[in-house]
Design a protein around this ligand. Structure first.
Ligand code: CTP
Length: 411
């Protein structure tokens, strides 16, 4: 595919370098069209060396090829990242005052714009109106992430991670962003994602390898199918971005760190929920004590052992005592298999122990399950009987699981 990567003038232009690499590594030809201000952040040699194509903001370079018309016409996909407030305004008003805005006017392919700016600029009525105009014309404007901005300040306006932008852009290009079946309209769901961390002292913690990607995909898929989603996010590897153009209310994200915080957040949201999916890797144990001062090593002395106490089992509690009548409770079982049985034997036994309506059993270990793109799960019911097997991307697995949940919902 021939991709035109437009780069606006913001600090986040450095992330577009990684985006360029990802798109190239996925096998696409990429022509970078920066704005003049973007070139003040990242210079043309970087774009040219990594894309293998010229990178200019000038309409009057290479005039015989009429680039201000040809670049847009020839593109199969246009991705603009970061899209600054000014660039959104120029695109929305149809300006053609540089090569990028000219190309945006001649492009007839899918256009994905990933805004990045300070929260005040993002929330300003002028920007809100420009985004609405662009969306009204079919431009796919990605919702910015919330988090650390240029300085110490935080809020909405952060450019989503390059992997996320690449994923959305390629999905849009493949036409996979077609509206999903709205079979979760009016359904309230809670999804926990990530892995809890238990403090050992103020600087150390006991944690696990969960990236949170499967949980985030479950939240995305539910949102796309019309659900009202609360995502309880435990230490995700990257801030989640959600498609603001999808139907249904925006996803509520509640950040937590420890199992106690996760339990409280999940239970609070579950009181109003029709479905709870525990996709988070919850620490089974926590240090009995977490001193408020850092544990120091003493030369020649063996370290003091860390005594552990058991955490509550959030999933088993929710399954045993439904916080809302008729609530569907779903768990995950990350298994490796051992001398006592295979992945599925352990999964079936866990399903009977936990009492959840559905348990998605998957194999985990080095290079499997955690922080990889694909997943494979066997979904079993509370008796351990197989309900469904689904493999593929984490989004496909998420949709498979929601298909199974929909069958358990009343009506
Ligand atoms: N879970 C939970 N609370 C815990 C531990 C796990 O809610 N304290 C949930 C997880 O979110 C997941 C399911 O239980 O949905 C299974 O997690 P897993 O770690 O595979 O199971 P454990 O009960 O911890 O069993 P074990 O570690 O012995 O395999």
């Amino acid at each position: 595919m021939r991709i035109l990567l437009g780069v606006g003038g913001g600090v986040a232009a450095y992330k577009a370098v990684l985006l360029l690499r990802l798109l190239r590594e996925a096998g696409h030809r990429v022509r970078v069209v920066p704005t003049a201000s973007a070139l003040r952040f990242v210079g043309a040699p970087t774009w040219e060396a990594l894309s293998g194509e010229p990178a200019t903001c000038e309409v009057f370079d290479d005039v015989p090829h009429v680039p201000h018309v040809a670049l847009g016409q020839e593109a199969d996909l246009v991705v603009v990242a970061p899209a600054t407030a000014d660039l959104l305004a120029r695109a929305a008003s149809g300006r053609a005052d540089d090569l990028l805005t000219s190309a945006l006017l001649t492009a007839r392919c899918p256009v994905v714009m990933a805004p990045a700016m300070h929260s005040e600029m993002w929330e300003h009525p002028a920007t809100v109106a420009n985004v609405a105009t662009l969306r009204g014309r079919g431009v796919h404007v990605v919702e910015p992430a919330s988090g650390r901005l240029t300085g110490a300040d935080t809020g909405p306006g952060r450019l989503p991670e390059p992997e996320e932008i690449a994923r959305v852009a390629l999905e849009v290009a493949a036409g996979r962003s077609e509206p999903a079946a709205q079979d979760l309209t009016g359904v309230r769901v809670v999804v926990s994602a990530g892995g809890t961390r238990e403090p050992v002292d103020p600087v150390r913690f006991l944690g696990n390898r969960s990236s949170g990607r499967q949980g985030v995909e479950l939240a995305r898929a539910a949102r796309a199918r019309g659900a009202a989603v609360t995502l309880v996010a435990a230490n995700l590897a990257s801030p989640p971005a959600f498609d603001a153009a999808a139907p249904g209310p925006p996803v509520q994200v509640v950040d937590v760190e420890t199992t106690a915080q996760l339990r409280e957040a999940v239970r609070a949201a579950a009181r109003e929920a029709d479905v709870v999916v525990m996709a988070a890797a919850v620490a089974d144990f926590r240090p009995a004590q977490a001193p408020t001062a850092k544990i120091k090593k003493v030369a020649g002395q063996a370290p003091a052992p860390i005594a552990l106490v058991e955490n509550p089992d959030v999933l088993a509690e929710l399954a045993a005592q439904r916080l809302r009548p008729g609530q569907v409770v779903v768990g995950f079982a990350a298994e490796t298999g051992d001398e006592d049985g295979g992945v599925l034997d352990h999964g079936r036994a866990k399903a009977r122990r936990k009492g959840a309506d559905l348990l998605a059993v998957n194999a985990v270990g080095e290079g499997v399950g955690f922080a990889v793109d694909d997943n494979h799960v066997t979904v079993v019911d509370r008796d351990g009987a197989t309900v469904l097997e689904v493999g593929g991307t984490k989004r496909e697995v998420a949709d498979g699981l929601w298909d199974a949940v929909v069958k358990l919902l009343p009506g």
